[in-house]
Design a protein around this ligand. Sequence first.
Ligand SMILES: [Zn+2]
Length: 338
Amino acid sequence: MRVTTIHGPGDIRLEDRPTPTIDKPTDAVIKVVAGCICGSDLWPYRGENPITPGETIGHEMIGVVEEAGSEVRSFKPGDFVIVPFCHSDNTCPACANGMQSACVNGGLTTGGQGEYAKVTQAEGSMVKTDGMPDPSLFASLLTLSDVMATGWHAAVAANVRPGSTAVVVGDGAVGLCGVLAAKQLGAERVIAMSRHEPRQEIARQFGATDIIAERGREGIEKVKELTNGVGADAVLECVGTGEAMRTAFRVARAGSMVGFVGVPHGVELPVRHMFSANVGLAGGIAPVRKYLPELLDLVTSGTINPGIVFDSRLPLADVAEGYKAMDERRSIKVYLEP
Ligand SMILES: [Zn+2]
């Protein structure tokens, strides 16, 4: 089968590898219907995360069950499934506490930008749709394997409440999904921080009431102006850089929470400010499986349409171009069809 591999910074290749097989009774092999490139894939692409040359890359996918191990009882070949990027048994203490991303038997999807992928702990990880969904839903269903669930986690961690004011730092696919999540969780005002016109447009479609194009000190001042000098009730940090985290804490009102889901790179926490203003930090790697049933209902009922974050569709053969487009910010998120 063909699958995407990374050999070094900027070096993405589509290569032939053996099709995954069932090694444990908890495994399933999935034929990928669609995969995509994640903002977090750009860290290794830019050489900012260590890699093993030749390793497969791609953790977001939807697909059809090809083969299921003997302990994967709720699924059979032909089932259409959403595969959380982090696998979980859904029974261990971490899972029982709603933190499936910290499952003691956890694993990660590694072949999502390929033709087939293996899911470990398939029974506890995957969620199936009611029959084969209409292809018009594929893009939105694909976001549920990571970015929509991650944006949702940011909003939950930031404690977005009905009637509140939320600020979203970051206009990547996760940040945009965070706007949608904050709106869906009842925020009355959602302030999106974005400099890029196409991203601002999606943020508005997702429910942003205000857009702030400025960054750093100026951006912080703008949020203060919009909130009568008080700051936001909830802040979603969806980037993972030191600057994004600093901004998040500076726009959070006293006694509020910052929900963070950007993979931290060079982040230092302003502990003294957190102490003096009683601003907390929650979040981390999203427990996708926890939110998946609820988000699936929202998508299939047509309540939310997160799939519009995909502004580019490419055949899998052009995956390297997809990385380049996202790296250069010519594309928000690339949908890949095997
Ligand atoms: Zn578990």
